[in-house]
Design a protein around this ligand. Structure first.
Ligand code: SF4
Length: 436
């Protein structure tokens, strides 16, 4: 059902977890993040970043370090507690925290008691109003104790980094986790009360074949993941030095990657999953599928989301906060982050004030990626009409008056079509991954 047009996939494009993207951030005026938090008077979502993992995977482009260096973990968590207190002191009375997400790294790389101390601090400092709790987990460091913690904390949504069930691919990416490990993790999480379980899967891995991918998809279906995110491995060793551990010659080529993306889409949609945006899938009962059907799916720093909140406050080094008029990223350097936090200061000194035009273009990009359709203003239409032609001429997108619709066969090109509305792209193109 998908046709391969390499020329339309040749330009690297962002994933648009925000618009403008983090690549377009610059220095921010002092006091902006404090003011934005102080004005956040509706529903608020919190994201806590835990940048540690027990073992570092060769492919990983995240800001994460080994959790074995205990002193580093402890000082970081102390800074995180301080930042929680600082943020809470700024939030107005009318704010209601409705969502709390732990991500990383791997939040389960810290000690269970350290995790519960964070949960208790959240309860102590913030106006929590029946929040939805979610967590990213590494099955390699998951234990039965974590299953109990999930239950105690009231976490109902969890995402596991599965990537592939093929042992030879796992070995090549430095992430060995037997199927029995995944199965016992599922049992612990389900009995701990997780009702929405996501598997992250990858294609384009070293030595990976269509048969390997089919096997991983079949395991995913049989194990009952409620959500599946299917990502293409982005090999950029010039930016992520640890990827030099991955043998470049063992990577599938561009056309094989495209075929794998199509294979995953066909398998999952043919086996009861609904397609969510360009790379997620969910069973019909899941909140993400409901949001898609109701047209309320959104994009935020965690990817596709059913979170309707306009305010997401990121806590921890590198975490990004999003407000209607501001995007702000915390200090990336752990030492500087800890020092600022210890002084009771917020470290977000980089970001961007979103102009009216940014918000207009961002709305179109989000609508295209989440709903496959956007209404264009006359100015935007005039701006993109010519560059849209290669997509419309191939039937990948359609223009009816001022309505732009991505055709079902245009899904693999959705990011490329969205990028036509990105006025920052010409300057920062080379930092992104290929769309497939
Ligand atoms: S577990 Fe996840 S965050 Fe940690 S190194 Fe592996 S891919 Fe990166």
């Amino acid at each position: 059902m998908w046709n391969y047009y390499p020329e339309l996939l040749a330009t690297p494009v962002p994933r648009y977890t925000s618009y403008p993207t983090a690549a377009d951030f610059g220095p921010l005026e002092e006091g902006l993040i404090e003011r934005a938090i102080a004005e956040a008077d509706g529903d608020v979502s919190l994201y806590l970043h835990i940048p540690f993992c027990e073992k570092i995977c060769y492919y990983c482009g995240c800001n994460t370090g080994a959790s074995g260096k205990r002193a580093r973990v402890e000082t970081y968590l102390a800074a995180l507690h301080q930042e929680l207190a600082t943020v809470a002191s700024l939030l107005p009375q009318a704010a209601r925290v409705r969502r709390i997400a732990f991500g990383g790294g791997s939040p389960n790389a810290i000690e269970p008691r350290e995790f519960m101390a964070l949960v208790e601090a959240l309860h102590a400092h913030f106006p929590l109003v029946a929040p939805e709790w979610s967590i990213e987990l590494d099955p390699r460091s998951l234990t039965a104790e974590w299953g109990h913690l999930v239950c105690e904390a009231g976490i109902t949504r969890a995402s596991m980094g599965v990537q592939t069930f093929a042992a030879h691919c796992q070995k090549a990416i430095g992430r060995e986790q037997p199927t029995s490990m995944i199965c016992r993790s599922i049992d612990w999480l389900r009995s701990g009360g997780v009702t929405s379980l996501n598997f992250d899967l990858m294609y384009g891995l070293p030595h990976q074949t269509a048969v390997d991918l089919a096997d991983s998809l079949e395991h995913t279906r049989m194990l009952g993941a409620d959500r599946v995110a299917v990502f293409g491995y982005a090999h950029v060793p010039h930016m992520v030095p640890r990827q030099t551990m991955i043998p470049e010659e063992a990577l599938p080529g561009a056309e094989a990657r495209f075929a794998m993306a199509a294979q995953a889409h066909a398998f999952l949609t043919g086996n009861g999953y609904e397609a969510i945006g360009f790379d997620h899938f969910a069973l019909p009962h899941d909140a993400m599928a409901r949001a898609t059907r109701e047209g309320t799916l959104r994009r935020n720093f965690q990817g596709f989301t059913d979170d309707p909140s306009e305010v997401l406050i990121g806590i921890g080094a590198t975490a990004i906060s999003g407000f209607p008029g501001l995007l702000a990223q915390n200090e990336k350097h752990n030492g500087r982050y800890r020092a600022l936090s210890a002084e009771g200061r917020l470290s977000a000194s980089h970001g961007i004030v979103r102009s009216a035009e940014d918000r207009l273009r961002g709305g179109v990009i989000e609508a295209l990626l989440c709903r496959g359709e956007a209404q264009l203003s006359p100015c935007l239409l005039a701006d993109v009409r010519e560059r849209l032609a290669p997509f419309t001429a191939r039937g990948l997108a359609r223009l009816d008056g001022n309505t732009l619709t991505i055709a079902p066969g245009g899904l693999p090109y959705a990011r490329g079509i969205a990028a036509l509305f990105d006025s920052y792209r010409a300057v920062t193109q080379r930092r992104f991954s290929s769309a497939i």
